[in-house]
Write a protein that binds this ligand. Structure first.
Ligand code: HAM
Length: 470
C-alpha cells in the first residue's frame, strides 16, 4: 500500500469518529457532561512557595528597563551573553563558593534526581561560568573572555525584606585578565548602570589579598576575637572557628563595637596585592568613579582574591549594607580550582529585585510598557473568524492590536478599548464582512470612517504615523 493511500484511510476514520460524537452529543444529558467536565475540588488552592514571587505584567516596565539598560551596557563594553543551566552538580558550588559559607551550609536547594545524582539549583552564576570556561576550553580564545548573564538564582534564605528564595541577578564576568584596569572597568560598568537608572549609590571597596596573606590575617583576627569571645553574639562564636572573616560584617551591636579595634586586612596584604589594589584605585580616580574604602568588606563567598566590592544604595550605612544592590570582585584561583589552567578573572552581579525596590522607593521615572493604540472589535461569528486573518496582516506590519474576542456586544468592547486607552477601534460586523469593508473609529473624536478591508493596514499605518507626529 502506498503511503498516500494509508493517509486517506486514516483521514476517513477520523471523520467517521467525529460524526459519531456529533450524533451522541445531541442528547441533552450527555451534552452537559461534555461541556461541563466536573472538577474535583481539593481542600486548598495551591499557594506560592515562601520566598517566591510571580512577576506580573503590571511590573514589566521595571524589568524591561533594567534588562534593556544591561543589554546596552554589555554591548558598549563588548561582553557576550552566556546562559548556563539552572542545575549543576552540587560539588561545583561546594568547591567554588566554599563549604563553610552560609550559602553552602544553609541555603542551597540540593536534591537527588531520579538518576541518583546530587544536584543543586544554582545559588549564583560565577561558579557556573568558570565551569563553562573550562568545559569549552575557552583558554584558547583571545583573552579576556567577557560574559554577561541574566537569570534566576535560588537560595533558601529566611524570607525578609529584599531577600527572596528565587531572585534574579544580572552580572558581568571577564576571565583571563589580571590587569587592575579590568577591576576598575567592571566597577565602572556597575556604576554606569546606576547612573543610567538615575539612582544614587556608593561603591564600597576592599582587597582580600591572596589565600596566604588572608591566612596570616585570619590567625591574627581569631586571636583578637578569641580574647573577647564573651562579648560576641552566638553566631559569631560559631563563625570564629569556621569563617572568622564574617565576624567583620556581623550586624550585632556588641560585635560591631569590637570590630573597630580589630586588625585590618589591608595591613596584611602581600606586596603584589597591595600594588594591584593601588592601581585599581588609581584607575577609578582617573575614570572619576567615586568609591568608599571599606576595611570590613569581606563578601560571603570563598572564591575571592584581591579586589572585592559592593554597591550600596546611598544612605545610612546599616540599612544600605542590608540592601546591597550588588557585589563582586576578583577570583583569580577559581578556574584552576575547577580543573582549568591558572586564569585570573573578575566580575560582579546585581540583584534585579533590589534595584526595582530602590527604583520604586526613589519614585524614579521608568519608561512605560508600549500599549497597543488600536483595538479590534468584532460583531458576530463570521466577523470573529475574519478578524483572525486581519490580525495576521497587522502582525506582519508590526502593528500590535488589542481585542476581546470573548465579548459579543459592541458596547462592552468599546468600553474595554476606552479602558486600554486605544486611540482607534476597528469595527468589523456582519455587514462589513459581506461588503469587504471595516470601520475605523477615532475614540477621542467619536468619528467613524469606512475603509476597504484590503487597505486597512495602510490606513492605520498612516493614522498612527499622523498621531505619533503630532
Ligand atoms: P552576592 O553578593 O551573593 O554575589 O549577590 C549579588 C547580589 O544579588 C546581592 O548584592 C543582592 O542584590 C542580590 N541577592 C543576593 N541574594 C539575594 C536574595 N536572597 N534575594 C534577593 N536578592 C539577592 C554573587 O552572587 C556573586 N556571584 C557576584 C559575583 C560575580 N562575584 C564575582 N562575579
Amino acid at each position: 500500500m502506498s503511503p498516500k493511500k494509508k493517509t486517506t484511510k486514516k483521514a476517513t476514520k477520523t471523520v467517521k469518529k467525529t460524526k459519531a460524537v456529533k450524533t451522541v452529543a445531541k442528547k441533552p444529558a450527555l451534552k452537559s457532561a461534555v461541556l461541563k467536565p466536573r472538577v474535583k475540588k481539593t481542600a486548598k488552592a495551591p499557594q506560592l512557595l515562601r520566598g517566591m514571587r510571580d512577576i506580573l505584567p503590571a511590573d514589566q516596565n521595571y524589568w524591561d528597563f533594567i534588562y534593556d539598560t544591561t543589554r546596552e551596557l554589555a554591548r558598549d563594553f563588548n561582553y557576550g551573553r552566556i546562559e548556563t543551566p539552572l542545575l549543576e552538580e552540587t560539588n561545583l558550588f561546594v568547591r567554588a563558593v566554599g563549604k563553610d559559607t552560609d550559602i553552602v551550609q544553609k541555603e542551597m536547594y540540593t536534591f537527588q534526581d531520579i538518576g541518583g545524582e546530587t544536584i543543586t539549583l544554582r545559588p549564583e552564576a560565577t561558579a557556573s561560568i568558570a565551569r563553562s570556561y573550562v568545559t569549552h576550553g575557552m583558554l584558547n580564545q583571545p583573552q579576556p573572555v567577557k560574559f554577561w548573564y541574566w537569570g534566576p538564582m535560588f537560595r533558601h534564605e529566611r524570607p525578609q525584606s529584599g531577600r527572596y528564595r528565587q531572585f534574579f541577578q544580572f552580572g558581568f564576568e571577564a576571565l583571563g585578565e589580571e590587569s587592575p584596569v579590568l577591576d576598575a572597568q567592571l566597577i565602572m560598568i556597575a556604576n554606569d548602570f546606576f547612573k543610567d537608572m538615575n539612582l544614587p549609590i556608593t561603591v564600597q571597596i576592599n582587597s582580600l589579598g591572596t589565600p596566604e596573606s588572608r591566612l596570616a590575617f585570619k590567625t591574627e583576627l581569631v586571636s583578637y576575637y578569641r580574647s573577647r569571645r564573651g562579648q560576641l553574639c552566638d553566631d559569631c562564636k560559631k563563625r570564629l572557628n569556621k569563617n572568622p572573616l564574617r565576624l567583620l560584617d556581623c550586624k550585632d551591636e556588641g560585635c560591631r563595637g569590637l570590630r573597630n579595634e580589630a586588625p585590618q586586612i589591608i595591613d596584611w596584604l602581600d606586596e603584589d596585592s597591595k600594588n594591584h589594589f593601588m592601581k585599581v584605585l588609581e584607575a577609578l580616580d582617573e575614570a572619576d568613579v567615586p568609591y568608599v574604602l571599606n576595611p570590613f568588606l569581606v563578601r560571603g563567598l570563598d572564591y575571592y582574591t584581591r579586589t572585592v566590592f559592593e554597591i550600596w544604595p546611598e544612605g545610612d550605612d546599616d540599612e544600605a549594607r542590608q540592601n546591597a544592590l550588588g557585589g563582586g570582585g576578583r577570583y583569580d584561583l577559581l578556574v584552576e580550582m575547577l580543573g582549568g589552567r591558572p586564569t585570573p578573572a573578575a566580575g560582579f552581579a546585581i540583584g534585579v529585585e533590589r534595584v526595582i525596590t530602590y527604583l520604586r522607593s526613589a519614585e524614579a521615572k521608568v519608561p512605560a510598557v508600549e500599549k497597543p493604540e488600536i483595538f479590534f472589535a468584532q460583531l458576530g461569528e463570521q466577523a470573529r473568524v475574519k478578524a483572525l486573518a486581519l490580525f495576521e496582516d497587522f502582525r506582519k506590519a508590526r502593528i500590535p492590536l488589542a481585542e476581546a474576542f470573548s465579548k459579543d456586544s459592541l458596547k462592552a468592547q468599546l468600553e474595554i478599548a476606552n479602558k486600554l486607552g486605544a486611540k482607534y477601534t476597528l469595527i468589523l460586523g456582519q455587514k462589513e464582512v459581506l461588503d469587504g469593508t471595516i470601520l475605523i473609529r477615532d475614540m477621542e473624536a467619536g468619528i467613524q470612517e469606512i475603509v476597504d478591508q484590503k487597505k486597512i493596514v495602510r490606513e492605520v499605518e498612516k493614522k498612527i504615523g499622523k498621531s505619533a507626529a503630532g
